[in-house]
Write a protein that binds this ligand. Structure first.
Ligand code: ZN
Length: 194
């Protein structure tokens, strides 16, 4: 899947989880940082590709990208496994705790969850692609949805552009339509928590 699809999937997953578990007053600063973290989480597993947008946008990103890719075992290896998700989770938790003194009133617990929802949504989306995902590394089995490879999607091809991406947009539209009153109420509460 492309970075754009991963980010839309990440924010969709965040929306679903958030609306299913309405949380009490939450600050606007927490919402903003959590959404950014969620979007970064959505593309984090693909940092193992030297061509990842994140690396391409850095001046010497290509070298870093290649090094990181080698260290993590190449594309769709460690960062696309449950062990990798756990490692990323620990690492990001440590980073958030480290930076929490400069993060003001931002609730880093919510930020961590939003980030991890992004990471997990990435693996789920990649399972719909032909390559599958090696969830149980070091056991080299690749998992996909559906299990028959032929029925899965090729990244950056028409099924992704014409069905998956628009499909995610429709899901977001439905989420907003179905939960409209609740969303208004949440926004009112965010507005009044300052
Ligand atoms: Zn990926």
């Amino acid at each position: 899947m492309t970075g754009r699809t991963h980010d839309l999937a990440a924010i969709t997953a965040l929306g679903v989880v958030f609306l299913a578990n309405p949380i009490n007053p939450i600050r606007l600063s927490t919402v903003i940082v959590a959404v950014i973290a969620n979007l970064i989480g959505g593309i984090t597993p693909d940092l193992d590709q030297p061509t990842a947008p994140f690396w391409r946008n850095l001046p010497i990103g290509n070298i870093f990208g290649r090094t990181f890719g080698k260290l993590s075992g190449g594309h769709r290896f460690l960062t696309h496994s449950l062990a990798g998700v756990a490692l990323i989770g620990f690492g990001v938790h440590w980073l958030l705790v480290f930076f929490s003194p400069v993060m003001g009133q931002v609730d880093i617990g919510y930020v961590w969850w939003a980030y991890m929802i992004g990471v997990v949504s990435h693996l789920v989306m990649d399972m719909f692609t032909k390559e599958g995902v090696p969830l149980l590394i070091p056991i080299p089995i690749k998992f996909g949805i559906p299990p028959i490879k032929r029925l899965r999607v090729t990244t950056d091809k028409w099924v992704e552009h014409l069905l998956i991406f628009p499909g995610l947009l429709v899901i977001n539209g439905l989420l907003v339509a179905v939960n409209y009153q609740e969303i208004l109420e949440i926004m009112r509460r965010i507005g009044s928590s300052h």
